[in-house]
Design a binder for this molecule. Sequence first.
Ligand code: NAD
Length: 402
Amino acid sequence: MEQPQQSAAPEAGKPPLRVGMVGYAFMGAAHSQGWRTAGRVFDLPRRPVLSAICGRDAAAVRAAADRHGWAAAETDWRALIARDDVDLVDICTPGDSHAEIALAALAAGKHVLCEKPLANTVEEAEAMTAAAEAAYGRGQLAMVGFNYRRVPATALARSMVAEGRLGTLRHVRVTYLQDWLVDPQFPLTWRLRKELAGSGALGDLGAHVVDLAQYLAGEQLAGVSALTETFVRQRPLPVGASSGLSTVESAGTGQVTVDDAAVFTGRFASGALASFEATRFATGRKNALRIELNGELGSLAFDLERLNELAYYDGTEPATRGGFRRILVTEPDHPYVDAWWPPGHGLGYEHTFIHQARDLVHAIAEGRPPRPSFADGLQVQRVLAAVEESAEKNSVYTPIAV
Ligand SMILES: NC(=O)c1ccc[n+]([C@@H]2O[C@H](COP(=O)([O-])OP(=O)(O)OC[C@H]3O[C@@H](n4cnc5c(N)ncnc54)[C@H](O)[C@@H]3O)[C@@H](O)[C@H]2O)c1
């Protein structure tokens, strides 16, 4: 098939939105891709500009700036926030610094995008939400990075639920499975330390699926009953700097202070039942986020490892012709797809960050609150806290604080 003709990037001539980003490893690379590409693919009201990036190691952050296309590099996030050429601060650091950086950025008059989970504790998330709500009155926006809302198939699923295609919802069934901790020699990186990560599989994977389940269902969990486990309690200490997911040389061992896995059930406000499994010990499963919703009229199922597809069962069809159908979510009328490739050509993981940047730029230009908001992130944090409380109390059913 012929490719569409290239013309000037749609962002040419648009007023700039100047971004400063903290953290330059996994999410730093993904968000850089988002900011770099969004204005070249989508017709945005403002043109993202990659002004400055921040990390603590001067040589490494300079190299990251060059690799990912940032104009300047800083080694102190306070200096990044203070820059006149930064309108928006994008936080891509571990959870222990989210609250401090976000509060300082909002106080300095900047818009904020913060990676998930919003914070490491409910108290931090409450302070961030209060600051974000006050800042909204001053024209500043704050959004949390639950990027799985931005997969065309999940966005389509949300619109089908909102249209009433499933009728009354009965079940939401979610698993988020990875296997990178199966090896007991994997080192004690920041994701395994409570003071840095807040929690383990729960806050990392569980936060994503709690948000996605509530977003797709269009309602919030009312309470949960949970089990958590740490299967490997001592791990080799990493030597020098390490990314949260990579294996490095080690010296001695240290205590794992977060959960390796969390399994919980929940009840939605409407009475629908939910089940969740989040683990880093599902041998052979790399990034298996699967969600299924069953309603009175039909069902929907999504699998992140087949992210261009959505399975739909229409229970109103005659049983003789019924069955799950595979919707290939690559049509121009599907969410986000009109700016991309011809039908059937498919999108991937990185597109969720491009779509995230697109949606945030629109919200800022139009002055409307972006979703997921910090308040949404706080509500997810309350679910995570209830899961931990329930697990500590032999799985007792624990209502979600409002
Ligand atoms: N949305 C997603 O799908 C997704 C995926 C992975 C991680 N995350 C979230 O993104 C965040 C970062 O995770 P990651 O995987 O990118 O981690 P990472 O270890 O790959 O990168 C962390 C970065 O933060 C920097 N950093 C840490 N403390 C800093 C400080 N005080 N000042 C400046 N820089 C600092 C590190 O140098 C590094 O560049 C976490 O909140 C994580 O939960 C989200």
